[in-house]
Each structure stands twice: as structure tokens, then as C-alpha cells.
Ligand binder design. Structure first.
Ligand SMILES: NC(=O)c1ccc[n+]([C@@H]2O[C@H](COP(=O)([O-])OP(=O)(O)OC[C@H]3O[C@@H](n4cnc5c(N)ncnc54)[C@H](OP(=O)(O)O)[C@@H]3O)[C@@H](O)[C@H]2O)c1
Length: 219
């Protein structure tokens, strides 16, 4: 599958490593340009590109940048993506890093709804509570008793199914955590955030979440 990854840091870098290892055709971009991604490209075989080009022809696009950078992404970022492209949003709002975002704090938008509005394209929320290193170290085959589960939220059932299948390929189970408006259940500070457990415990943690934004993640 043709996959574009925007952001080549902890999460984007490790998704590049794993998705290329699985045989996907990956284009990866950062803010500084492809000439700064030669080491990652040599290591993985991914194509280093400018952010504007990362989504070109891609069936799946991953946006994995600090939340404050989302409004700075190039306009029309997704316009050359394949028809029906699915966009995965891994991002979290950390006010200490991202500054205060009133639409999230005051209007109660979920972090992914805010991102979706900036991108002008539906997103599926996934990987936001996953330690980047776990993508490399903790993948397991289907049926393995130690296989971890990741929550996935989104409005379009087909897009969500595609993301869940891809995460399955990456070596993790998934739990449907509802629509994007329900995705507060997996935001920072919730019981499922950073939880390294299987399907049952992740399902319970999602159910135990409070819609109130935790104090540590407010500004
Ligand atoms: N770290 C984790 O374990 C983890 C886990 C789950 C979710 N997350 C979330 O996932 C997102 C990414 O986290 P991370 O730890 O991977 O971040 P990171 O290591 O800081 O990497 C961020 C990447 O985004 C790129 N970037 C920033 N602004 C950009 C722009 N305008 N255009 C294109 N690329 C841009 C950076 O490029 P340059 O280096 O060239 O600036 C860098 O490659 C965050 O929202 C984070 O909260 C992180």
C-alpha cells in the first residue's frame, strides 16, 4: 500500500521503519525537508519527500506532528492523496508544548476533531497513546497472549476498519473507541492513555474514562 507519513520523529520514524519492513511503499516528510531524512531513508527504503508531496497517491496518510504544527502544514496537503484516502491522526494536545488552544479548552472539541477541521479531511485517531518504542519492540502475531491492543476512534466505519487492519498487520489488536466526538476517551490523562494491555483491559479503560479534561492537560 502507498502510505504517506507527515512527521518523522518518534512516532513517524518508527511507523516508517515498521511499515517499510512490512513491504509498504512509504513516503516520509518532516518540516526541514527531504535532505534531512537521508539516514532514515537509507535505513528503511522509504522515500524522503517534502510535506507537500507526502500524501501524493497515498491510500493512507499519517499526520504525526506536534499539535501546534497542524495549522502550519501546507494548504492542500491531502489534495493529491488517492480517492478515499484514510488519514490517521496520532497527535495529542499538550498545552505546555502546544500553547493554549481555545477550541479544545473552551469549546470542548476533541483534539482529533480540531485537527480534522484544520486538515479539511476526516481523520481516524490511532497510536496517540502508544509509546513510540513499543511500535518496534512490542508487536506480536495475532493470537499471541501478550499482544497489546490500541484504541481507534473515527466517524467512517470503512476508514476505521482500514486503520484497524493496518494496525493488526503492525502486530497489535485494536478496540473500537467510537466516533471522533467520543475520542476524549483516549486523550492524554485517560486510563487507556499509555496502557499496555490487551483487548479486555483496554475496553474497560475506555469505559472508565471521564469526559472532564484532566488538570495536567489544561491551560
Ligand atoms: N513520542 C511518543 O511516544 C508519542 C506517542 C503517541 C503519540 N504521540 C504524538 O504524536 C505526535 C508526534 O509525536 P513525536 O513524538 O513523533 O514528535 P517528534 O519526535 O517531536 O517529531 C515531530 C515531527 O513532526 C515534524 N514536523 C513538525 N512540524 C512540521 C511541519 N510543519 N511540517 C512537516 N513536519 C513537521 C518534525 O519535523 P522536524 O524535525 O523537521 O521539525 C518531526 O519530524 C505528537 O502530537 C505527539 O503528542 C507521541
Amino acid at each position: 500500500m502507498k502510505i504517506g507519513i507527515i512527521g518523522a520523529g518518534n512516532i513517524g520514524g518508527n511507523l516508517t521503519r515498521r511499515l517499510t519492513a512490512l513491504g509498504h511503499d512509504v513516503a516520509v516528510a518532516n518540516s526541514r525537508g527531504p535532505q534531512t531524512l537521508t539516514a532514515l531513508a537509507e535505513e528503511t527504503g522509504a522515500r524522503p519527500v517534502r510535506a507537500e508531496e507526502a500524501a501524493r497517491g497515498a491510500e493512507v496518510v499519517v499526520v504525526t506532528v506536534p499539535l501546534k504544527a497542524v495549522p502550519d502544514l501546507p494548504a492542500g496537503l491531502l489534495k493529491e492523496a488517492a480517492d478515499g484516502a484514510v488519514v490517521i491522526d496520532t497527535n495529542n494536545y499538550y498545552p505546555q508544548r502546544d500553547g493554549r488552544i481555545a477550541a479544545i479548552e473552551d469549546e470542548g472539541l476533541t483534539e482529533s476533531r480540531w485537527t480534522e477541521r484544520h486538515l479539511g479531511h476526516p481523520v481516524v485517531k490511532a497510536f496517540n497513546g502508544t509509546y513510540a518504542q513499543d511500535l518496534l519492540d512490542r508487536h506480536r502475531p495475532a493470537g499471541d497472549p501478550g499482544r497489546l491492543a490500541l484504541p481507534v476512534a473515527g466517524d467512517d466505519p470503512a476508514a476505521k476498519a482500514k486503520v484497524r487492519a493496518l494496525i493488526g498487520e503492525l502486530g497489535f489488536d485494536t478496540v473500537d473507541s467510537g466516533t471522533l466526538d467520543d475520542s476524549w476517551r483516549q486523550q492524554p490523562g485517560t486510563p487507556v492513555y499509555g496502557l499496555r494491555e490487551g483487548v479486555d483491559a483496554v475496553t474497560e479503560a475506555l469505559a472508565a474514562a471521564s469526559p472532564e479534561r484532566p488538570a495536567d492537560f489544561r491551560a
